[in-house]
Write a protein that binds this ligand. Structure first.
Ligand code: HEC
Ligand code: HEC
Length: 157
């Protein structure tokens, strides 16, 4: 009986780990923090609520996207919310969201994040190429963590 329990615990951990490894694919590796579990719980809740539409374009699945448009799929969008923005700022989803109403803009940080995204796109797409002549979609680029270092407000100099 005890052996059976051990085997099922081990196999469940392997499944959980492979899930994390798979969903994290293609994003920069940033060490997890104590909020990782909370973020994963919310991401999985949203994934569950859009079942069957994960591969659709994000702006055709979600209701209130103003800056993240184009080819990105709903699943990729959620990976970015979790392993990108939240992890890079060291926060959970509730820092920017009313988690019972994802499309709501009631928290100011959410709207600031839209401006931050536009700034990032402008830095990589226009400002850096003018300075160095390089293409920052293929070279290391500025992302949230460049400034935030896992804090919602970057350190003062
Ligand atoms: C730093 C702020 C920030 C954090 C943290 C964050 N989000 Fe977001 N989220 C946004 C912004 C901004 C938008 C809207 C993007 C746009 O306008 O294109 C958004 C949009 C969404 C939407 C689409 C809602 C709709 O129908 O319009 C979902 C779902 C979502 N986020 C889920 C999450 C989840 C899950 C997490 C945590 C794993 C998370 N977000 C963490 C800022 C954040
Ligand atoms: C070039 C540096 C830089 C980059 C890149 C950057 N930020 Fe910021 N961010 C800042 C600074 C500086 C502040 C503080 C502004 C203030 O307090 O007046 C800030 C503040 C914020 C805040 C408000 C925090 C609060 O509670 O007051 C959010 C949310 C935020 N950034 C999200 C993001 C996201 C998401 C990204 C990536 C898409 C990002 N930032 C990329 C520099 C940056």
């Amino acid at each position: 009986m005890r052996i059976l329990l051990m085997i099922s615990i081990i196999s469940m951990s392997v499944i959980a780990l492979s899930f994390v490894a798979k969903t994290n694919a293609g994003l920069p590796h940033i060490p997890e923090d104590s909020l990782a579990e909370d973020r994963l719980k919310y991401m999985n809740q949203v994934l569950e609520s859009i079942k069957g539409k994960e591969g659709w374009k994000a702006d055709s699945v979600f209701k209130n996207l103003k800056v993240i448009t184009g080819k990105i799929t709903a699943k990729h969008f959620l990976l970015m919310m979790n392993y990108g923005w939240s992890t890079e700022l060291g926060v959970s989803c509730s820092y920017c969201h009313d988690v019972r109403n994802w499309e709501s803009d009631s928290i100011e940080a959410k709207n600031i994040a839209r401006g931050m995204w536009n700034m990032r796109q402008q830095i990589n797409g226009e400002i850096l190429p003018k300075i160095t002549g390089k293409d920052y979609w293929t070279n290391p680029k500025v992302t949230c963590i460049t400034c935030h270092r896992k804090k919602p407000k970057p350190d003062a100099p």
